[in-house]
Design a protein around this ligand. Structure first.
Ligand code: ZN
Ligand code: ZN
Ligand code: ZN
Length: 349
């Protein structure tokens, strides 16, 4: 997967990571598979048993430790990180341990494989090294999107929007097709519109729409029912995620009434998303509209999630999250109403 930022962007991110390490008292940051690595270097490691690890000291140059056979895929970023390719007979964990020295505090990537953590523990006396999650360093960076990231998110979002437009325009046939067929159709369109990969394309008809993360299957879409479509992909390293509901045939009054409430709730949530407002406020404002209309017990999930290189990431728009919204935060507002056994609806931007 390619990432669009240039060397200056990665240098800036590494510098900000090192400043965050200074603040948090972290001596070394270790990042392996997952999105922190492409965020800092532009390189995304394949989830292999062969170790890839970025070793970031609090001061000085970072080193990307990588299997020699993977090295050709790395776009070198002079001044951002040095490349240390290891051979099949080398011990890559020993190489990482030597680069890291004997840290007092090490921050370890959330998605690093346990086998490498366990092996690293063998190199460091556990009594003297404190281990922290890499989020103490990376969370502030990853949640506050920089200009390159905002541009990438907007492009991915616009591509998903074009598929939503096709759905609304009736260009994606529904009646008589299975959920799985419509899901495949939406997936193909996400790729045509520029996504590199499709992350999910939920299509849920009628009573299946009452299950928020329904897996599309052989259920044939009939005339006169709601069809919930929640889909997104990754484009240049950044995710899209949108939910739209359409109805085959005449919309019954109960569904029309609930949908009007859903729309009003979502608009209220979007309007509440202001710099300085807390994440839980956005959830509360959205939820209140649905509660007041009497559908509260059927809104069974949080209002939204952050989005970026991961489809779900901080900040989560959920009760209890007092974190204030900041410039550069990106998140979804996606209230839903789910009546078990009957129908469900969600509206997500
Ligand atoms: Zn979801
Ligand atoms: Zn979604
Ligand atoms: Zn979502």
């Amino acid at each position: 997967m390619t990432h669009l930022a240039d060397t200056a962007v990665y240098l800036d991110r590494i510098n900000r990571a090192q400043a965050a390490m200074e603040q948090a008292g972290v001596d070394v940051l270790l990042v392996s598979v997952g999105r922190d690595l492409p965020y800092l270097t532009g390189y995304e490691a394949m989830p292999l048993e062969r170790l890839t690890m970025l070793v970031v000291p609090r001061g000085g140059e970072a080193t990307l430790v990588i299997p020699r056979m993977e090295a050709p895929r790395v776009v070198e970023q002079p001044g951002v990180f040095a490349l240390r390719a290891w051979n099949e007979t080398d011990d890559p964990v020993a190489i990482v341990a030597a680069l890291a020295g004997t840290p007092t505090t090490a921050a370890v990537g959330d998605t690093m494989w346990a086998r490498f953590v366990v092996e690293l523990l063998g190199h460091w006396p556990s009594t003297s090294t404190q281990y922290l999650r890499s989020t103490v360093v990376m969370n502030e960076l990853r949640t506050r999107k920089d200009a390159a990231e905002i541009a990438a998110l907007q492009a991915a979002g616009a591509a998903a929007d074009r598929v939503a437009d096709q759905l609304h325009a009736g260009l994606i046939p529904l009646e008589g097709r299975t959920e799985a067929e419509v899901s495949a159709d939406i997936s193909a369109r996400l790729l045509v519109e520029g996504h590199d990969i499709v992350n999910f394309a939920i299509v849920a008809a009628g009573e299946n729409a009452a299950s928020p993360h329904h897996h599309p299957g052989g259920r044939v879409i009939r005339h006169g029912e709601i069809v919930l479509c929640d889909f997104g992909g990754t484009m240049n390293g950044y995710c899209s995620d949108i939910t739209r509901c359409v109805h085959t045939g005449e919309v019954p009054e109960d569904i029309a009434r609930a949908y009007a409430v859903l729309k009003e709730a979502q608009a209220a949530g979007v309007a509440a998303g202001r710099i300085g407002a807390s994440c839980e406020t956005v959830d509360a404002v959205t939820r209140k509209v649905i509660d007041d209309a009497g559908y509260g017990e059927w809104f069974v999930h949080r209002t939204g999630h952050g989005i970026g290189m991961d489809a779900h990431e901080d900040p989560y728009i959920v009760e209890g999250n007092r974190r204030p919204l900041e410039v550069g935060h990106a998140y979804s507002v996606e209230p839903g109403i789910y009546v078990e056994g009957k129908w469900g609806m969600r509206l997500e931007d």
